[in-house]
Design a binder for this molecule. Structure first.
Ligand SMILES: [Zn+2]
Ligand SMILES: [Zn+2]
Length: 167
């Protein structure tokens, strides 16, 4: 749950604004595991709801597509959504509603926009060496146990030919 209270905006005139600073660490929202979440959100009362706008810096736990190791991917989450007023129906376009007592759970908006911000093929580090195709070991961690010397360097093949010559 990522909750803010904006009770004053329910009864405010369109155009009224409030700013909320988020700075949290380690939150889990369904399938979303955030290492941290920080930034500033601006809430503006509009005719039929509350507009939320802002940019949040976060880390989303995901898996490296090269070495399959879980890691926290830094992302920038852009929010620009409308929050419904108390009593309004929730729809896929408007999944968030402010309660009578002013509380808003921003989780559905943050979750959706966070996953959009994660790259299609996340990589734990630009120089990640991935998994060995032969043994499946993580090369970054030195888990590959393959004996690479069986592949003969072309520079040595002449020498090997010599050694194999009888006599
Ligand atoms: Zn990796
Ligand atoms: Zn290997």
């Amino acid at each position: 749950m990522i909750k803010v209270n904006l009770i004053a905006l329910i009864h405010a005139k369109p155009g009224a604004r409030e700013t909320v600073v988020l700075d949290t660490s380690s939150i889990i929202v369904d399938d979303l595991d955030l290492g941290y979440l920080k930034g500033t959100l601006h809430f503006t009362r509009v005719a039929y709801g509350i507009l939320v706008e802002g940019t949040l810096d976060a880390q989303v736990k995901t898996e490296c597509t090269r070495c399959l190791t879980p890691f926290y991917q830094p992302v920038v989450i852009e929010l620009e959504d409308t929050i419904s007023l108390p009593g309004a129906d929730l729809t896929p376009e408007r999944p968030v509603r402010i309660a009578e007592d002013g509380w808003i759970d921003l989780s559905p908006l943050i979750r959706e926009n966070a996953w959009v911000a994660v790259p299609v093929k996340p990589i734990c580090s630009p120089d990640c060496q991935g998994i060995c195709p032969d043994c499946g070991g993580n090369i970054n961690l030195g888990e590959c146990t393959c004996d690479k010397t069986t592949a003969i360097d072309p520079r040595w093949s002449a020498l090997q030919a010599l050694l194999e010559t009888p006599g």
